[in-house]
Design a protein around this ligand. Sequence first.
Ligand SMILES: [Fe+2]
Length: 282
Amino acid sequence: MTISTKPMTTTRFVVEVEGIDLSKPVDGATVAALRKEINEHSILVFRGQSIDNDQHVAFSRNFGDLEIHTVKQYLLPDYPEIIALANRGENGTTPIDNGGAYWHTDISYKAKPPMGSLLYSLEVPPEGGDTMFADMYAAYDALDDDMKARIDDLRAVHGYEARFTKMGEGGKRPKLSAEQLAEVPDVSHPVVRINPETGRKALYVNEGFTLSIEGLPMDESRDLLDTLNAHAMQPDFVYSHHWRVGDLVFWDNRAVMHCATGYDTSYARTMHRTTIQGDMPI
Ligand SMILES: [Fe+2]
């Protein structure tokens, strides 16, 4: 299999990968080439794919073990590795129509947050329902030297409960159970994260799950997080993906944060996500 890539942004942030059929097994050399690409580019877009659940899981496993999400009512009954982001539910899953509509990095609230996510689109509305991605390498690089020096050794606390509760306001989500809460205690991560494979530094805070900066008074911590989040969300660092049916987007959670945009929920939107386990951030 010979893959080729085509830039989708003027920076090195996003590329479309061509010459690959994800419904077929992928050989080791191609997996190695894709790993190299995602370290280089952070977001790989595969268009015009037609894959079933087994093929989605099999392709994802080439990059590591898969995460099983804490909230089981979103998981496909026969495929716990797949979270269904489906506004009409799917096979008994709880419908999600506002999932991810805030800037976040998937599951940054775990001690070992996932390395990557692979989102596959099955049904999309004609307009909206896009996913915006922010390039956290470029965001870090663009900080001035004083800010870099200020944050380089800081750590931040990440948590899930507050966000889950906020997204469930108005009775949209049940409360997390004691067992689920036990799975997601607050954790702390470096504010600047280094990709161990390339040595590149990325800003690693997000609006969704980062609660505070360790060791700072609450108001100072809030100000710094607001400043860093606003900095990273600037249009210069953001790529917005407009989904077509059959798109699979593989992004590097060590290097990007993302945010879903709104759409007319009278249209069906069905997406499947697998999530690759990752390492402790350094
Ligand atoms: Fe997400």
